[in-house]
Design a protein around this ligand. Structure first.
Ligand code: AMP
Ligand code: ZN
Length: 118
């Protein structure tokens, strides 16, 4: 079982293969997979394998995986053909409508998006 597994968490279950996903990238510490309900032609989620609840819980002892996520995002975006740009979003808790309480970064692209962010 993955280190930091949280039994109630669907993204921990995806990391462990208990719930299937269409993977875009994987290494020892992070996983990227296609969103089940895409909101753009390309919609990929990037998560740390370790269960971190949200951006609010990033700290000096767990931030290495977050830095790694941002190093890998350009490679995932390039592999998905997003040569004209993309948007990276992380919803944090209630006001941002975070529905899955396992830190994730949405990569959205493949279309011209709205200038509005809220
Ligand atoms: P958020 O609202 O920022 O918490 O985003 C959670 C995202 O997870 C949503 O875009 C959902 O469509 C997506 N999602 C939920 N369950 C799954 C799943 N089993 N596989 C892929 N994406 C999922
Ligand atoms: Zn989790």
């Amino acid at each position: 079982m993955n280190v930091g597994y949280y039994a109630m968490c669907i993204f921990c279950k995806i990391v462990d293969g208990e719930i299937p996903s269409r993977k875009a990238y994987e290494d020892d510490t992070i996983l990227a997979f296609y969103d089940i309900n895409p909101q753009a032609p390309v919609h990929i989620l990037v998560i740390p394998k370790e269960h971190i609840e949200s951006v609010d819980e990033i700290n000096s002892s767990n931030s290495a995986c977050v830095a790694h996520i941002f190093e890998v995002i350009p490679k995932i975006a390039a592999s998905a053909g997003l040569s004209n740009g993309y948007r990276v979003i992380s919803n944090c808790k209630d006001d941002a409508c975070q529905t899955v309480r396992h830190l994730h970064f949405h990569i959205l692209g493949g279309t011209r998006m709205s200038e509005k962010m809220v």
